[in-house]
Design a protein around this ligand. Structure first.
Ligand code: NOJ
Length: 560
């Protein structure tokens, strides 16, 4: 693997709508982000990915772009964006935007013109077909529910394809003009000084054509669009073209939202000269998911979590650099998902932080994760903003599931969970806004907030600061960034432990991933002595059999 400038960095995702509101309209904005750059720098974040801030009706919270060349006024202006890029540079930080080009908004000019003339130039930017006997050409189900086919406004005999919401028409990547437009957008932003992109939903750009039905997988007679994607071959041709015409000449950093890539394709995706610099590891996020909606998802235990992470590490090895996360804006909070219910506390949150952050790859922090922010409680469907949650709720209730059960599934899996406003202080609206926040603040802000945690040496926030500093410490960075990942006691329940083995140092990361104390053996290396680099408890008890670890104790040891 070729070494890259970003391997030793720490990355951070900002969900702008919920990060920091500078003008009191209840919506976070670019000036708010600028005002917090020093906080992020101090945390140790170097690369900042902003979820979309382009002009958008926000039907899918910005993942429906109506103008790729302008900032939505709710987030600020292009001057604000230029200022953000410049202020980041001053601090040796890098800004990534979200590249959402599988689809645009139905309010984008391209789509408006396609509706005016479906057979003209812009009609060919989309997948527009004739309805036959009132039906679209195939039975694919969109991610947000219902058929992918929607009547084309003004043309009741025609329909267009949308893999996500009906306000997100898919762009037709088979059309070279669409690919040209995408390359222009990317180069325009990179020329402005952007460091790169997170790339949204990218595996969807290739469809298996011609259209055909797949076996229905639910009572609605439709088949998940994912079934089609398994047959869609050739996405690599599009991705190669995009890389060669945009990212490569700019030396841009890219991280792909890649689901469903075959393991043998890893070198093509993230190897040296891969389509992307990196891609997220979603193995723990999708563990236990059913194709039948959230009601039938099963949970994940600490051992399952460990196994997912270790499997990924074994697959990726030295092929490339995977991006490690415990949450993002589409997922529940990591501490609410990977720590058993009722056991999320400062110790267990620090344990989870330790064991994911020091695996091999690029560590990402999602806003608020560093405070130990938890899932957002929900008491009725009217409180819910997220379109995926609303769809899952409707489908569940329509199939006869009691409303309370459907709501419970949303409270576990819903995308509002991680989208509630950042908890800056214990004051009004958690210090996020002086106005009315667009989404309710998690009531636990009175105890989980940046202000209080900054003042508490033992807080989750200060633990994250220690983690980022450790990974960048010149004495250990070589081992923690490039050292081999070697599982330790992989089959032992309630333990997540591994070695990072470099040429001249071996570091052990070991967590007692359960609330009961247990004695965990140490690997036999060197003279048996060690230096403690990090410990989420005040003490560490050595016994003849190994370490007597407290419930949810995590340590990082330099083994001599
Ligand atoms: C993935 C994004 O992360 C999600 O928020 C969005 O709804 C879909 N892609 C569609 O763009």
């Amino acid at each position: 693997m070729k070494r890259q400038w970003w391997h030793g960095k720490c990355a951070y995702q900002i969900y702008p709508k919920s990060f920091c509101d500078s003008n009191g309209d209840g919506i976070g904005d670019l000036q708010g982000i600028i005002s917090r750059l020093d906080y992020l720098k101090d945390l140790g974040a170097d690369i900042l990915w902003l979820s979309p801030i382009f002009v958008s009706p926000l039907a899918d919270e910005g993942y429906d772009i109506a103008d790729y060349y302008n900032i939505d006024p709710r987030f600020g202006t292009m001057d604000d964006m230029d200022e953000l890029i410049a202020e980041a540079k001053k601090r040796d930080m890098y800004i990534l935007m979200d590249l959402v080009v599988n689809h645009c908004s139905d309010e984008h000019e391209w789509f408006r013109r396609a509706c005016e003339d479906p057979d003209g130039k812009y009609g060919r930017y989309f997948y527009i077909e004739d309805f036959k006997d009132g039906k679209g050409p195939c039975n694919w189900r969109s991610y947000f529910g219902g058929s992918v086919w929607e009547p084309l406004p003004g043309h009741p005999d025609k329909c267009y394809l949308h893999a996500f919401h009906k306000k997100q028409p898919d762009l037709n990547w088979e059309n070279p003009k669409v690919r040209e437009e995408v390359c222009q957008i990317i180069n325009w932003w990179l020329d402005k000084g952007l460091a790169g992109f997170r790339i949204d939903a990218i595996m969807n750009i290739k469809k298996a054509l011609p259209y055909r039905d797949y076996p229905a997988d639910r009572g609605d007679g439709l088949s998940s669009i994912v079934n089609m994607l398994h047959d869609a071959k050739g996405v690599g041709t599009f991705l190669t073209e995009m890389r060669d015409r945009t990212f490569a000449p700019h030396g841009a950093f890219t991280v792909g939202e890649v689901f469903d890539a075959d393991p043998e394709e890893l070198p093509a995706f993230i190897g040296d000269d891969g389509y992307f610099s990196s891609m997220f590891d979603f193995a723990p996020a999708i563990f236990g998911h059913s194709g039948q909606g959230w009601m039938l998802h099963s949970g994940i235990t600490p051992d399952d979590y460990r196994n997912c992470v270790f499997d990924t590490q074994a697959r990726v090895k030295d092929i490339g650099f995977i991006s490690n996360i415990i949450e993002n804006h589409d997922e529940p909070r990591g501490v609410s998902r990977y720590i058993p219910e009722g056991e999320a506390c400062p110790a267990s949150k620090k344990l989870l932080a330790t064991v994911y952050f020091l695996t091999k790859g690029l560590p990402w922090i999602y806003q608020g994760q560093e405070l130990g922010m938890e899932n957002l409680p929900v008491s009725c469907i009217e409180e819910v903003d997220d379109i995926a949650s609303i769809d899952n709720y409707k489908v569940a209730v329509a199939s006869g599931i009691p409303k309370e059960d459907a709501l419970r599934a949303i409270s576990i899996h819903g995308r509002d969970n991680a989208r509630s406003p950042f908890q800056w202080t214990g004051g009004k609206n958690a210090g996020f806004t002086t106005g009315t926040p667009w989404l309710r603040v998690n009531p636990n802000y009175v105890s989980i907030n940046r202000e209080d945690e900054a003042a508490d040496e033992d807080s989750v926030l200060n633990y994250y600061r220690r983690l980022t500093r450790l990974r960048k410490d010149p004495a250990y960075a070589e081992t923690l960034v490039y050292g081999d990942f070697v599982p330790w006691l992989q089959d032992r329940p309630g333990v997540m432990a591994y070695l990072r083995r470099g040429e001249d140092k071996t570091i052990l990361v070991m967590g007692n991933f359960q609330k009961e104390p247990q004695v965990i053996p140490l690997p036999e290396t060197g003279d048996g002595s060690y230096t403690v680099l990090l410990n989420n408890y005040p003490d560490l008890k050595k016994v003849p059999e190994g370490l007597a670890m407290e419930g949810y104790q995590a340590v990082v040891l330099h083994l001599r």
